[in-house]
Design a protein. Structure first.
Length: 152
């Protein structure tokens, strides 16, 4: 099971990573072996759809996206094997939350740690432009490909 946690809001990076990984797992005929989701570390955007620029980027690449923002729960640390995040701030927040959950089993890592181009941090494109969303998409493709290869 895989969960990807983006920034505070769960409307840009993590929904892109979720959609990319779902498509890769589907194309590799292993999607039934995974529970794939994304969530936020805050409550700011709960119930909202992904940013329209991220949706447009994925549509351009033929990657379906169906997502509604939600917050990470204590149960996530008990049910997911991996929780992958986008930056050091989220990594720190998630580790603190995991420490408060008895029997937490989730391995918490940066998604960028799987990037063959060694770009460890996936930068939030919210205040950027379409090319910033494209950069997030490309980095997620590289990272998810390596993660899937190592865990299939």
């Amino acid at each position: 099971m895989l969960q990807e946690v983006g920034h505070l809001w769960n409307i840009c990076r993590s929904p892109i990573a979720e959609a990319v990984f779902k498509k890769m797992a589907t194309d590799a005929s292993v999607v039934d072996k995974w529970r794939i989701d994304s969530a936020a570390t805050s409550t700011y955007e709960i119930g909202n759809p992904p940013d329209h620029r991220g949706q447009a980027c994925l549509k351009k690449h033929g990657v379906p996206m169906m997502h509604v923002a939600r917050q990470v729960t204590k149960e996530d640390f008990l049910t997911f094997d991996y929780i992958l995040c986008m930056d050091e701030s989220n990594l720190s927040d998630l580790k603190k939350k995991a420490n408060s959950v008895k029997n937490s089993k989730a391995k918490i890592e940066l998604l960028g740690s799987y990037d063959p181009e060694k770009q460890l941090i996936i930068k939030d494109p919210y205040y950027g432009h379409e090319e910033d969303f494209e950069n997030v998409y490309q980095q997620c493709v590289r990272c998810c490909k390596v993660f899937l290869e190592r865990n299939s």
